[in-house]
Design a protein around this ligand. Structure first.
Ligand code: SF4
Ligand code: SF4
Length: 182
């Protein structure tokens, strides 16, 4: 049987390995700093890319951005979104979402609907305080989603045809924008 050196004996009788393993725990015990935030009086700073409650957005003249294309509905992996689209009355080349519903009890906050939207009509806000007693309150309709967008995104874009006049030539419904020179 191998004889232990005096160092090994000392380590054995002082539980050296256990003390090394407990080093981080003992350090926290001696230099204790509370990390608990007294929510809701104290709130954590959210990261810049935080993905919170979804919202429908408007252009700066108040018109809804959504053109009822259903791409968000198709992109959503959780079947949160339901779009009922219709023609804009009197403008047969244009569509809009007549009804728009989101069941936020199912949302993963993955952002795929936002990425899928061709006209940036959806945005993710920094709102997260949406605890409710009745989950039916998280079934949101178009007006509720637009209201969230109105308060979360006060700075709005110009209408697309005013940002990029060339796109108006593909849409005869916009009579007020300049015509393409011959
Ligand atoms: S964030 Fe993801 S899960 Fe939520 S509605 Fe959009 S696509 Fe669906
Ligand atoms: S929110 Fe965007 S992707 Fe969804 S229906 Fe409206 S325009 Fe299409």
């Amino acid at each position: 049987m191998k004889r232990l050196s005096w160092r090994e004996w000392l380590k054995t009788i002082t539980f050296y390995e256990i003390l090394v393993g407990m080093k981080a725990t003992l350090s926290h015990l001696l230099h204790y700093k509370p990390i608990t935030l007294q929510y809701p009086h104290e709130k954590r700073t959210l990261p810049d890319n935080y993905r919170g409650m979804l919202a429908l957005l408007r252009y700066d003249d108040g018109t809804e951005k959504c053109v009822g294309c259903d791409l968000c509905e198709a992109a959503c992996p959780s079947r949160v979104i339901r779009v009922v689209s219709a023609e804009v009355p009197g403008e047969p080349t244009k569509r809009y979402s007549k009804e728009y519903y989101m069941d936020m009890t199912r949302c993963l906050f993955c952002g795929m609907c936002v990425d899928a939207c061709p006209v940036d009509a959806l945005g993710m806000t920094r709102e997260f305080e949406w605890a409710v007693y009745d989950k039916r309150q998280l079934h949101l309709n178009k007006e509720q989603l637009l209201a969230i967008g109105d308060r979360a995104f006060p700075v709005r874009e110009k209408r697309l045809e005013l940002q990029h006049p060339n796109v108006a030539f593909f849409n005869v419904a916009f009579k007020h924008v300049p015509h393409k020179p011959n």
